[in-house]
Design a protein around this ligand. Structure first.
Ligand SMILES: Nc1nc2c(c(=O)[nH]1)N[C@@H](CN(C=O)c1ccc(C(=O)N[C@@H](CCC(=O)O)C(=O)O)cc1)CN2
Length: 291
């Protein structure tokens, strides 16, 4: 068996086409959604991701607001930029590109973002609402990667209802946030959160209808461990140097060979990454829609 592909690039393009129409309708009502980004320093990866977010905005008609700061910025200066964006009417929502330099208190910065402007859906108030299950998808920004995983599967005609989902990795952006979403009645999945301290990970994986691999450990999910016919989503992103070419490339959490056993796999790149970007735009359009 060779697995079918959960095509994140094509699915993200479809979401962006829908958002283009929604943005045009909002503009007719006199509302222009705006996405702000705060970028600190010169890390090439972060600069690339931020540039991609603004390209996406241009594609769907969302206005771009950029605050690019040197890596010498102080905590107080960065907090002043956060306060300014919180008060800026043209900025519907914004993100602080992570990681921040070591001298910055990241938690204090993220908590200073106004919850109503938290386009990443990572503010404690928004994550708290998610855990309390008091969210309305339009009212509460939701974390983009979990939302992207969920939509990627649904838009390939697959229901989450009744599935045993094993999540590998306990990070905040994926592992901790996806369980409260997938166990909502609208999705009705059963979720097990595993991590590097889990005893006998393979035993959990053998029972999984769906594996969400978000450990950031290249190749941690192998073909021998998964149930034949399982759906496997590769969320992990690690940069490795290819021993043959000497070039840097993305390595996911899912090992070669899994596609021979699974029924569906998400490629990496080209799977969850583009969905994360599309769902960021969707958060901003939802925020603009609620007025
Ligand atoms: N404030 C945030 N910071 C960071 C986040 C985040 O969600 N919010 N996530 C990552 C970086 N990231 C978004 O910012 C991100 C990374 C990669 C992709 C993506 O589409 N990847 C492509 C491959 C791109 C490549 O070749 O390098 C893919 O998977 O196909 C989207 C978003 C850390 N910081």
């Amino acid at each position: 068996m060779t697995a079918q592909i959960l095509d994140g690039t094509a699915t993200a393009a479809a979401i962006k086409a829908e958002l283009t129409e929604r943005v045009a309708a909002l503009k007719e009502r006199g509302i222009t959604p705006g996405l702000g980004t705060v970028l600190v320093g010169d890390d090439p990866g972060s600069k690339w991701y931020v540039a991609g977010k603004h390209r996406d905005c241009a594609e769907v008609g969302i206005a771009s607001i950029r605050r690019d700061l040197p890596d010498t910025v102080t905590q107080e200066e960065l907090e002043a930029v956060i306060d300014e964006l919180n008060a800026d009417d043209a900025t519907t929502g914004y993100i602080v590109q992570l990681p921040l330099p070591a001298h910055i208190d990241t938690r204090a910065i993220l908590e200073r973002v106004a919850p109503a402007k938290d386009a990443d859906g990572l503010h404690p108030t928004n994550l708290g609402r998610l855990v309390l299950n008091v969210i309305d998808p339009i009212e509460t920004p939701l974390p983009c990667t979990p939302r992207g995983v969920i939509e990627l599967v649904e838009r390939h005609g697959i229901s989450w209802n009744g599935k045993n989902v094993v999540v590998v990795g306990r990070g905040v952006t994926v592992g901790r946030a996806i369980g409260p979403l997938l166990t909502r009645k609208e999705f009705n999945a059963t979720v097990t959160l595993t991590h590097t301290g889990t005893v006998d990970l393979a035993a959990h994986l053998r029972e999984a209808d769906v594996v969400v691999a978000a450990a950031g450990v290249p190749g941690i999910i192998t073909a021998e461990e998964i149930k034949p016919g399982a759906i496997v989503l590769d969320v992990g992103v690690s940069r490795v140097t290819d021993p043959e070419t000497g070039k840097s490339r993305i390595a996911g959490d899912v090992a070669d060979g899994v596609a021979e056993v699974a029924s569906w796999v998400s490629p990496n790149p080209g799977g969850v990454g583009p969905m994360t970007r599309a769902l960021l735009l969707k958060n901003v359009v939802d925020m603009a829609d609620r007025g």
